[in-house]
Design a binder for this molecule. Structure first.
Ligand SMILES: Nc1nc2c(ncn2[C@@H]2O[C@H](COP(=O)(O)OP(=O)(O)OP(=O)(O)O)[C@@H](O)[C@H]2O)c(=O)[nH]1
Ligand SMILES: [Mg+2]
Ligand SMILES: [Zn+2]
Length: 302
């Protein structure tokens, strides 16, 4: 459920919380990570002290999936962020703070690379003007057509909150999104007992400061869990090779066989099906711009 230094909080089948430590070294095949275990891991433990509620983890079960973030300290090693996720829920706001399409597209590409289905929540519906409402609808249509279900919410005005709950129910979800978009407020709206800390978006920078400080899993009901952490606000472009980036754009993936060159980067190559699709409207220009910025190693997240 969460870790604090060398202690790991483990939720038992019965729903109790045990404080556990790791026994021995855990080598994880093929993964260069700084931490052996992460939120979402399923483990076997021995009860150590019943009175003190402590245990020893001796086994980590195989993972269905995982998300690794590049470590700040050791560049060759990543940091295991979360494992065994059913879905990622990306919370965005058109304004206050503004989430850019570059940020959304990078997140989606990374989630595709880790094979984690993603849904997009457009929060703070209440603060949009008419023009923004129209634009938001167009964006949602675009992303839905690519296979990412979208939902409009206002955590403060109780719009879409029941639908938000339906979308989380029975699943383990990673909540992501810029600081200040309302992740904690939305979760509090469906699970008031969690009472997550929220804070005002700083008007000065139009960008919030992080109020959630470490990765942790919360139980909403015995089948429904969410991971709320600022570390997940952006996933970073996990080691994806230039030639592979288009594989993680579903609308490009569908066309790859039609480019003249099998290793087409969809830049200046002749007979490129991707560029043709951008010209004739089959691929949204904003998506192609995000693609270019990723291939060229630029950053269009701002
Ligand atoms: N107007 C409006 N304000 C909202 C809405 N949802 C959240 N807020 C406000 O936005 C601010 C930030 O909300 P948080 O829930 O703390 O944001 P967060 O995404 O959890 O931020 P971090 O924990 O820093 O990543 C708070 O002042 C909330 O009251 C909404 O739907 N409409
Ligand atoms: Mg928060
Ligand atoms: Zn091409």
């Amino acid at each position: 459920m969460r870790s604090t230094g060398s202690w790991y909080e483990v939720r038992t089948k019965e729903g109790h919380i045990l404080q556990c430590r790791l026994k021995g070294k855990f080598k994880i095949m093929g993964l260069k990570v700084t931490n052996p275990i992460a939120v979402g891991d399923k483990v076997a433990y021995d009860l150590e002290s019943e009175s003190e509620n402590t245990g020893i983890i001796y086994e980590i079960f195989p993972r269905e999936n995982y998300i690794i973030r590049q470590s700040v300290h050791k560049t060759a090693h990543g940091h295991l962020l979360a494992t065994n996720l059913d879905q990622a829920v990306l919370i965005v706001t058109l304004t206050f703070p503004r989430t850019s399409l570059g940020f959304i597209d990078r997140f989606l590409v990374t989630a595709e690379a880790f094979r984690i289905p993603t849904k997009i929540i457009f929060n703070k519906f209440d603060v949009l003007n008419e023009e923004q409402v129209v634009y938001q609808k167009e964006l949602a249509e675009l992303y839905e057509s690519l296979g990412y279900p979208c939902l409009f919410t206002s955590a403060t005005d109780n719009i879409g909150v029941e639908e938000f709950w339906q979308l989380l129910k029975g699943k383990v979800s990673l909540l992501a999104g810029h600081s200040g978009v309302g992740k904690s407020t939305l979760v509090n709206a469906i699970a008031p007992s969690l009472d997550l800390r929220t804070s005002e978006v700083s008007t000065f920078a139009n960008k919030g400061v992080h109020t959630t400080t470490f990765a942790e899993m919360f139980e909403i009901d015995p089948e429904t869990f969410i991971i709320d952490s600022p570390g997940i606000k952006e996933l970073g472009l996990a080691d994806i090779k230039k030639e592979e980036i288009s594989h993680y754009f579903p609308e490009m993936r569908d066309l790859l066989n039609e480019c003249r060159f099998h290793n087409c980067l969809h830049l200046d190559e002749p007979k490129c099906a991707v560029k043709d699709a951008v010209t004739n409207g089959g691929i949204a220009e904003s998506r192609y711009i995000s693609y270019l910025s990723m291939v060229e190693g630029r950053d269009n997240r701002k």
